[in-house]
Design a protein around this ligand. Structure first.
Ligand SMILES: NC(=O)c1ccc[n+]([C@@H]2O[C@H](COP(=O)([O-])OP(=O)(O)OC[C@H]3O[C@@H](n4cnc5c(N)ncnc54)[C@H](O)[C@@H]3O)[C@@H](O)[C@H]2O)c1
Length: 267
């Protein structure tokens, strides 16, 4: 997601620095972003004038975000990892910097409380793939200020994204609903009721959705889906958010969906 979000901002003439803990991921991301911006240009999507000069840099160090006006956090859906990152960026960024949490499920209020700037923490849930999906769910935490919302709306309009603004609750609208149907779809396969392709076909043809639940889970990444189900289960203390054992088994086996070339489908 971080790579896709960086591409969208770079394509719209923003200066971007990508920070990760893994140097190889950063190098590959840089290559892929430049290639995708070039491809988007060939298909007449608005791009920076000169791809080679697209203003993207990479870093392994939080000090690289010292001058940033906005930070979009895209680290794994794991509160322990996010806690370390929010504390790190809170110390490294200038006081007026706004933090966008691109979390799938974790409460924005909870993430804001990890910082000394809860008024400047807002949920911006980008849709996958971020360079192509022109919609984001924007989530107002308990302490998110009107000024932060105003800045967020202005920025997202400049990168071609429309948004639905909602109040904070774990899972928001999109993932509180979608993780129920993704896990239930996995149960249907697990129980041998229908194969993945049939489950998705019924969902698509029956209800007019463009993607089925298992295609969606593969696109998101089964590890991220499982992490999100755990967040929902813990927060609501409700067994309806239980994760299908088949999902757990696939994640244990490293079968994570599109990103590993195999999930419910082969890629
Ligand atoms: N996958 C989706 O479709 C999707 C959509 C919207 C939001 N999200 C959310 O976006 C976030 C990232 O999900 P993803 O699917 O891109 O995960 P991912 O595992 O593919 O990528 C996470 C990246 O974070 C890096 N990372 C790990 N620890 C770090 C640290 N301490 N500092 C800096 N970088 C670190 C990893 O090296 C990796 O490159 C999650 O919160 C997820 O819920 C995902």
């Amino acid at each position: 997601m971080g790579r896709g979000v960086a591409q969208r901002f770079a394509q719209n003439n923003h200066s971007v620095v990508l920070v990760d803990v893994n140097e190889q991921i950063l190098e590959e991301a840089l290559k892929k972003i430049k290639r995708d911006i070039k491809l988007a240009g060939m298909f007449s999507v608005k791009t920076t004038e000169n791809v080679d000069h697209a203003n993207i840099s990479v870093s392994l160090d939080y000090s690289a975000v010292a001058d940033a006006d906005f930070i979009v956090e895209n680290v794994p859906e794991n509160l322990e990892i996010k806690t370390a990152v929010y504390k790190g960026i809170d110390g490294a960024a200038k006081s007026e910097c706004v933090f966008f949490a691109n979390t799938s499920c974790i409460s924005i209020t909870k993430l804001g409380a990890l910082t000394n700037r809860a008024d400047k923490v807002i949920g911006v849930h980008f849709m996958n793939p971020a360079p192509k999906k022109n919609f984001a769910e924007v989530i107002k935490g308990t302490h998110t200020s009107d000024e932060t919302i105003r800045k967020t709306v202005a920025l997202r309009e400049g990168v071609g994204i429309t948004a639905g603004i909602i109040n904070d609750i774990t899972g928001f609208v999109s993932n509180r609903l979608s993780h129920l149907f993704m896990s239930e779809a996995a149960y249907i396969v697990f129980e041998g009721v229908a194969e993945a392709a049939m489950v998705d076909e019924i969902f698509k043809k029956g209800f007019g959705h463009t993607m089925g639940p298992l295609q969606t889970a593969d696109l998101i990444g089964l590890d991220t889906v499982l992490d999100s189900l755990r967040v929902l289960y813990d927060y609501y203390e409700d067994s309806k958010f239980r994760a299908c054992p088949l999902l757990k088994k696939m994640v244990d086996a490293g079968v994570l969906g599109v990103k590993t070339g195999q999930g419910f489908y082969k890629y």
